[in-house]
Design a protein around this ligand. Structure first.
Ligand SMILES: [Zn+2]
Length: 468
């Protein structure tokens, strides 16, 4: 051991101290201060991205970007001083709006390192995700990027959890940021972390359940559908779920309707907490002690846009979330379209934090297109699972041009199916074929799945056709 290396350990602590100071400042900020600081931070973000990231250096050469935006990229800080936050968005007098969006496709084409803005020697974490097209995208963090995110996560978790907790983290660790980030934050706040992961051969769900029955965790980190499946597995094994003594579920990785969440909380007899993020950025919004999800507006600039016209959408209205990173070293992103359907709310929260809150309603690409309507799955699921006599599982899609809804039923099939169909017709003006979803089918499908979320419409249809 070399004594001089102790200094490196100390520097590691300093990175964390700086991140904590940033969080402390943000906590004291009013809404007006948050918006004022955004001006400078947006300037800085553009200057940094356009001088460090290979992707944005090339993009800056794009002649369609107006000269006044180029001024900013050349370092003439203050070019956005004309910009004033309006009630709903930053219009930038056209300047900001002229900057092209960054898309998932850009990330795929930039694989593996066109978005990397620092030398590899400064990267301390690398992640990948595979989208629907199968092509991977990459994500990078420096130590500073990581700490800036994780201190806020830790602070947020401290509102709900502490050293008394045993925490099962049952989401994938492989190539992800969320699991190791949650793992570190829980450990730092003194909880006992059990890293069971998800969909791995060491801890299949059966073993996770056995361990839960023995170790009796108070907290489970999981997707909502998996938490429901674990509940069913517990009953199937002849065990009493309440004897595990679970107190709270922190659900991540899956947009879920309020109706399904209420049934999940009631089944396990627990309180629910959530966090929201993207693979490329890690956490974007975290809960306060009033259980509202606050956007991390000191580290990101958030826009909500109409996914078709790209026009800004007012607070309180549904749109697609676009994100600009503020101060990210390894992988700056400018106007990155997340593909997530969200509602951002400006209503002040009782906790006093000056950051807006967000509701995540799922992927826009998952919306069901039928009869000229685009139905968000979470909204449809909410309507269906609020009908009396329905269970917890609901899977829908389009079959031969018609909306088809598979739903778990705990009462008479004919009565429940009619009630669900008439509710959908009244609410969404769309006719629907409603069919029973067998709990055993859901269990069998989920147990063979290689993805952490819920079962898909195609899987359910295939299972039903196979039985016939
Ligand atoms: Zn709050």
């Amino acid at each position: 051991m070399q004594i001089k290396n102790v200094e490196r350990l100390r520097r590691r602590c300093e990175v964390r101290s700086v991140a904590i100071a940033e969080v402390e400042k943000a906590l004291h900020g009013t809404r007006a201060q948050v918006e004022r600081q955004l001006l400078q931070r947006l300037n800085d973000a553009l200057v940094y991205a356009w001088s460090h990231s290979p992707f944005y250096i090339d993009r800056f050469k794009d002649k369609t970007i107006p000269e006044r935006v180029r001024h900013i990229a050349r370092g003439s800080v203050g070019a956005f001083q004309q910009v004033r936050p309006t009630s709903s968005s930053w219009d930038g007098e056209g300047a900001w709006g002229a900057i092209p969006f960054t898309t998932k496709e850009d990330l795929r084409e930039g694989y593996p390192s066109r978005f990397l803005a620092v030398p590899w020697s400064r990267v301390t974490r690398y992640g990948e995700s595979t989208g629907s097209s199968g092509a991977p995208t990459s994500a990078f963090m420096t130590e500073q990027d990581w700490e800036r995110g994780s201190v806020w996560l830790e602070l947020s978790l401290l509102e709900h959890f502490g050293p008394q907790d045993i925490v099962f983290i049952a989401v994938p660790y492989e190539l992800s940021f969320a699991a190791p980030d949650l793992d570190g934050a829980f450990r730092n706040l003194g909880a006992a972390v059990v890293a069971v992961g998800s969909l791995n051969s060491v801890c299949p769900w059966s073993r996770t359940l056995e361990m839960m029955c023995v170790l009796k965790p108070s907290v489970l980190v999981c997707t909502p559908t998996r938490a429901l499946r674990l509940f069913d597995m517990c009953l199937e094994a002849g065990k009493v779920p309440s004897e595990i003594g679970l107190r709270s579920i922190l659900y991540v990785g899956e947009a879920c309707s309020p109706a399904k969440l209420a049934k999940l909380a009631a089944a396990w007899g627990v309180s629910l907490t959530t966090a929201y993020g993207a693979t490329e950025t890690n956490a974007l919004a975290l809960p306060c002690h009033h259980d509202r999800l606050h956007l991390l507006e000191h580290r990101f600039f958030f826009e909500v846009i109409d996914p078709n016209t790209h026009a800004a959408v007012d607070d309180g209205c549904l749109g697609e979330l676009a994100v600009t990173t503020l101060g990210h070293e390894a992988m700056p992103l400018i106007r990155y379209r997340t593909g997530d359907a969200v509602v951002v709310d400006r209503e002040p929260c009782l906790c006093g934090l000056g950051f807006r809150t967000i509701r995540h309603l799922g992927r826009l690409s998952d919306a069901i297109a039928v009869d000229g309507h685009g139905l968000l799955k979470a909204e449809l699921e909410n309507a269906v699972l609020n009908v009396a006599g329905t269970g917890v599982y609901c899977v829908s899609g389009v079959n031969s041009g018609r909306l088809e809804v598979f739903v778990q039923m705990i009462d008479d099939e004919r009565v429940v199916a009619e009630a669900v169909a008439s509710d959908i017709a009244a609410r969404f003006r769309v006719p629907a074929v409603v069919r029973r979803l067998d709990t055993r089918d859901v269990g069998r499908l989920m147990d063979s799945m290689l993805k952490p979320g819920g079962v898909s419409f195609e899987q359910v249809r295939e299972a039903v056709e196979t039985v016939r």
